[in-house]
Design a binder for this molecule. Structure first.
Ligand SMILES: Cc1ncc(C[n+]2csc(CCOP(=O)(O)OP(=O)(O)O)c2C)c(N)n1
Ligand code: SF4
Length: 284
């Protein structure tokens, strides 16, 4: 390297642990793009970043927490949401953003997801959905499309995947959106809205894993982006029951839901008694 040249900088450097770069993500992987959108959204939302925490589970996506220069926690596989819930309940002033993979959040961590949504815990969940367990070699996930090949379904997945926005909606989330890593502006704006939304907020990000998913299905990273470009339809307010992903036909993207509801903390006082009981006691 020419020593007289200043090292290249990036606008997100202040939010990155640059000493940990180069990152582990493979060439063509979409996680870096999803991660940049998430960091930009955190920056642009105007929240106090010194009072903001990022939490991830384990997986390639889960590495996000290790690269962000904020308070951050790289928790065990599947446990990002209960960890984040504990932090939020202990310190309601914290902004808590979860950045993790579909395997982490919806397979081993699936139960935590539905209950945090049901309780309307004020968290923002950004899920990188690459349709498989990328880090461990490309096993089938709860999001793998029907008939797709993975290491554990070598002749094709016999099962049907979750429709994640429908699951979030049915469980009680108050903000639900889906974008791809090709739609970076919409994605960034959506994550920003999700961060500012009071309540359980969910943003699904469709993202290529060319190494473990694409390779087995003869789909290079650019092929995946082309599919995102040609088959995605933006339909804000679409009903979550319409949102099954069918890459051969169409994939609906957009912001599907934003509603106001009391959060978990609104419903309890700090002794964990329902607010109604307190009011009755005060009135007595
Ligand atoms: C309790 C436990 N079970 C299994 C694993 C192995 N493991 C690590 S990452 C992972 C899956 C990651 O998939 P996903 O969350 O979709 O993230 P990606 O790597 O695709 O970004 C698994 C099964 C583990 N680390 N801990
Ligand atoms: S294995 Fe897949 S998800 Fe993991 S970094 Fe590589 S391309 Fe990305």
């Amino acid at each position: 390297m020419n020593q007289s040249k200043k090292p290249l900088s990036h606008p997100l450097d202040p939010l990155l642990r640059t000493d940990r770069i180069p990152h582990i993500w493979c060439p063509g992987c979409g996680i870096g793009t999803a991660f940049s959108s998430c960091l930009r959204a955190m920056q642009e939302s105007g929240i106090d970043l010194l009072n903001t925490v990022m939490v991830s589970g384990i997986g390639c996506s889960g590495r996000g927490a290790g690269y962000v220069k904020l308070d951050s926690y790289h928790t065990t596989h599947g446990r990002a949401i209960p960890f984040a819930t504990g932090m939020k309940l202990a310190n309601p002033e914290l902004n808590v953003v979860i950045f993790s993979g579909d395997g982490d959040l919806f397979a081993i961590g699936g139960n935590h997801f539905i209950h945090a949504a049901r309780r309307n815990v004020d968290l923002t969940v950004v899920c990188v959905n690459n349709f498989n367990y990328g880090m461990t070699g490309g096993q089938v996930a709860a999001t793998t499309p029907h008939a797709v090949k993975t290491t554990t379904t070598p002749v094709g997945n016999p099962e049907d995947p979750f429709n994640l926005p429908l699951l979030a909606y049915a469980a009680g989330a108050t903000y639900v959106a889906r974008w791809t890593i090709l739609h970076t502006r919409d994605l960034t704006e959506s994550i920003e809205e999700a961060i500012l939304n009071r309540g359980f907020s969910f943003v699904e990000v469709l993202s290529p894993c060319p190494i473990n998913y694409g390779r087995r299905n003869k789909e290079k990273a650019l092929d995946t982006l082309k599919i995102y470009q040609e088959r995605s339809i933006i339909k804000n307010d679409a009903h979550p029951t319409e949102l099954e992903i069918d890459f051969a036909k169409r994939v609906i993207l957009g912001k599907f839901l934003q509603v106001e509801k009391p959060t978990c903390i609104d419903n309890y006082d700090n002794t964990c008694r329902p607010k109604e009981l307190l009011e009755e006691e005060k009135a007595a």
